[in-house]
Design a binder for this molecule. Structure first.
Ligand code: UDP
Length: 504
């Protein structure tokens, strides 16, 4: 029932629960909206609600004086995974057993949407003023329409990537490409924007054949995008050089740049239980003992895994790198015995004294690591969350895109912003989607970046000659702009205020 006294705009957020990397920024978006005085309810599955709640608790503890810190609630609605044949607790794609679970996961996600709709329409204590939905929660549109409120979409992508995707839908240059590896430029991007020499293989899943696994879901996502009332983007206007305005023009929708949302809290790992692990303590203590800007941080997102042969080439490059290296490995338990053995013998992961390469298995406090003065470069898969966190910390990148829109993000970082060195990856790294499609007769491709090639990129990243210094200078300038965007009067600050005011 509607509260008679509460007239604050109320935003209901449905994060895409496929990966933690979507739950994190949508929770942070909720915190930012609350800090600007709005009421916020985050509705998600129980496993993901625990992550959201821990971030909200930390935000509330850090900002008890903030206008609306108390106005944020996390609501868990059970995820009907078992009905779709998923094991208990399998509420994200990084928790599935095999590529066969991908369609099951999407089926369960749709059924979860039905349960969320029942909750919002019949049980929720307060009607929203606006729904903000993650990219795959396409059911959110019906919920919003039934409630008679606008539905905004939050993709987790940057504005430049979304603009490129719009241009690709419009001009379809990939359809004229002779092969999956024939390069083409994304058309109709005014300087200083450019996205050159992309290939069909590097395109985000939007352009996968409709018959591929997930093809139907992707078609549904496109229809959802076209019908949504607006787009909320984790970026700041100064970063992507007019991309947000061009995206608004291309889509005919309101585009609201509100980032970098990770800056809603201090980078300290202290208060968040997720970050209080022994690994987290160990890597922060290790960084404390290093010289300023001397360390290369290597991490490939919340779930990025490499084939063992590739991991070995990367590992050999990292242990021979003259700079100290902090290397985060996901899925280390399932590596072949000889790779585990090599890691034991050559890195500091298991306490081998003297190695300059510290391996951390599991979750790392990335925002705190990037903000640490010892970190001088970041080897990244160019996930948008990681990219923006590096920008906000002023850290130059060596780019190793895996898949999705990451090859487009690489072009932004290297060619438009001038703060990155490409490793030279040309083909996507296999993941649950490509594996699912390979099983369906699609083509899985292997490409191994040799140790020497990786070493060259690391050397360029940590170079102290004029090119390296120029990248560092640009990265520092962007760091200041990122901070300014969220300060009172800054572009993201004003966009958040205007968004909230439009529902007051
Ligand atoms: N992240 C983290 N610790 C890890 C791995 C990832 O804190 O060990 C966070 C990272 O800070 C970012 C998100 O997870 O917020 C990864 O998002 P991104 O978009 O870069 O990549 P994805 O996981 O979607 O591939």
């Amino acid at each position: 029932m509607e509260s008679a006294t509460n007239t604050k705009p109320h935003f209901v957020l449905f994060p895409w629960t496929g990966t933690i990397s979507h739950v994190i920024p949508m929770t942070d978006l909720g915190c930012l909206l609350a800090s600007h005085g709005a009421d916020v309810t985050i509705v998600t599955t129980p496993v993901n609600a625990a992550i959201s709640q821990s971030r909200v608790d930390r935000f509330t503890a850090e900002t008890p004086h903030a206008a609306g810190a108390a106005g944020i609630t996390v609501t868990a609605i059970p995820f009907p995974g078992a009905d779709a044949g998923l094991p208990d607790g399998c509420e994200r794609l990084d928790l599935i057993r095999s590529p066969d679970d991908v369609p099951r996961f999407f089926a369960a996600n749709n059924a979860h949407g039905e349960a969320v709709a029942r909750h919002c329409l019949d049980e929720a204590p307060r009607r929203p003023s606006c729904v903000i939905s993650g990219m795959c929660q396409t059911w959110a549109l019906d919920v919003a329409r039934d409630l008679g409120v606008p539905c905004y979409v939050f993709h987790g992508f940057g504005a430049f990537a979304m603009l490129c995707i719009e241009r690709l839908y419009e001009h379809r240059p990939h359809e004229a490409a002779a092969s999956p590896d024939t390069p083409f430029d994304v058309p109709d991007l005014p300087p200083p924007l450019r996205c050159r020499d992309l290939t069909t293989r590097q395109l985000p899943p939007h352009f996968m054949p409709p018959a591929s696994v997930g093809g139907k879901a992707l078609q549904g996502m496109r229809e959802f995008d076209l019908a949504a009332d607006g787009i909320v983007v984790n970026t700041f206007e100064e970063l992507e050089r007019g991309s947000a305005a061009l995206l608004a023009e291309a889509t005919g929708k309101k585009v609201v740049a509100v980032g970098s949302v990770a800056l809603c809290r201090s980078p300290s790992p202290g208060l968040d239980p997720v970050f209080m692990s022994d690994d987290a303590r160990r890597c922060m203590a290790w960084l404390d003992a290093k010289e300023p800007r001397s360390v290369v941080y290597v991490s490939f997102g919340s779930a990025g895994r490499m084939p063992p042969a590739q991991l070995m080439q990367l590992g050999m490059a990292l242990v021979s790198c003259p700079s100290p290296v902090l290397w985060i490995i996901k899925g280390a338990d399932s590596l072949p015995g000889e790779v585990k053995e090599w890691l034991r013998e050559n890195t500091d992961g298991d306490g081998v004294a003297g190695s300059k390469c510290l391996v951390v298995r599991g979750w790392a406090p990335q925002v705190a690591i990037l903000a640490h003065p010892a970190v001088g470069g970041f080897m990244t898969h160019c996930g948008w969350g990681s990219t923006l966190e590096a920008v906000a910390a002023g850290v130059p990148m060596a780019t190793w895109p895996f898949f999705a829109e990451q090859f487009i993000n690489e072009r932004l970082v290297v060619d438009v912003l001038g703060i990155g060195v490409p490793v030279g990856v040309t083909k996507p790294t296999e993941n649950v989607f490509t594996a699912a499609n390979a099983a369906d007769g699609g083509e899985a491709v292997a490409e191994v970046m040799g140790m020497e090639q990786v070493k060259k990129a690391l050397e360029a990243l940590m170079d102290h000659g004029p090119e390296g210094e120029e990248r560092r200078k640009k990265a520092q300038e962007l760091k200041l702009k990122a901070k300014g965007a969220l300060e009172e009067g800054g572009s993201s600050y004003n966009n958040l205020e205007n968004l909230i005011q439009s529902f007051a």
